[in-house]
Design a binder for this molecule. Sequence first.
Ligand SMILES: [Fe+2]
Length: 461
Amino acid sequence: MAHWEISETDFLSACASVHGGADGGVGTLSEKTVHAVLKHCCAPFSDSREVQIGGFIADAVGEEGIIEIQTTGFYRMRKKLAVFLSACPVTVVWPCVETLWLRKLDPLTGEAGARRKSPRRQCPPMLFRELYSLGELVAEPGLRFKVVRLEAEELRSAEKVRGRKGHWPTYQKIDRYPIRLLGEVDVDCKEELWKLLPVRPEELPETVTAAEFGSLCGTGADLGRMTLKVLCRAGLAQEAGKKGRAVLYRLERNESSIKSPPLGENQKGMSIMPVMPSREEAWALLCQYNEEPFHRRHAVTVEGVMRWFADQLGYGDEKDFWGLVGLLHDLDFERWPEEHCIKVQELLTERDYDPKLIHGIVSHTGRIPGFAPEHQMEKVLFATDELTGLIGAVALMRPSKSVQDLEVKSVMKKFKTPKFAAGCSREVISEGAEMLGWELSDLIEKTILAMRSCEAEYEKY
Ligand SMILES: [Fe+2]
């Protein structure tokens, strides 16, 4: 299929019309320049931009269908994409900033200061993180992707600026503008997803674990796992048993005619290290978005419970990670109850937090499509989240107001009284026990023990 390309000339003229020149002129500060430049490149004529289709606005419409430019948060496009794809092919254009220069704005002169290279850089395989959040949509015929590889500059405030209420002061990103077009990668059908990776499918073994795949592709195990899941959804890989405790994937390599792009400097041996926050950072983040002592207390309770279960179930070396997921699981609930488990993806993704942490948190209600509790840790969180509320409420009825002398039968009795602590869903708790393959009484007993282990801690809140 012939596909359109962004020429150097189109790129430079788009830069010129959006921000007054590709050599660093700073123009319309209110508009996100990377987005605007790409929109001009994809649709040079204004009447083909911002077109209303099926109740949504498309960035551009061209001969090849709809064009959407999206930098991050692909999960927000799911509804829109489903509607657009029922009408015609859609190309999602993803700017991939492979080289980023940072400049601070001088408050006195109003000029941008000397630039320094940012250690943060993107590469085409990172698109798999976004594709993962599209769920089954990724296999839709008619969905295409265009990765536009860029060098860009980011202009920041000279001093840290206080953000919205409750946000920590930080350097404010004034704008990011592209300065050089490095190349493009076109994925015109799901079979071409291989083109995003720096290795050809035929260079990979027939079966791999996520860790092996991540190391062969230079993406690290977690992005490797997400990539394999996307490839499974696209029918290019499938689960094929286990190797030790790790899932083994069989790669479908029939499409060997698909040529991977030549390896770019930036892709060779690139390692993408996802960020795992420290306990202190996670606590600060929790407090930033949760002011209610009740919510903070619940977070600390679930953190302690998760740590106990990690020890008990043979995941002692991952105890800190289980605790972090517990601590942050309801991060977005106080401020965005309507977007619970959706907003949190944005809050954590923009901090480059580990996808493993994000999956653990987003899957905890089992209600977000494409994010089912899969790992033992996620099942434990699903099962105990509501149950800690019920156990806490039963404990409060006792003279001691403590879980230390609470018995399983007291909780079982209240479990069967729907009006008692009606907000704690008995259905979810039962489903959680089933998911784990445990008797309900067994789950309750373990959770009481877990809460006993950390009661002193959550009593402080
Ligand atoms: Fe919760």
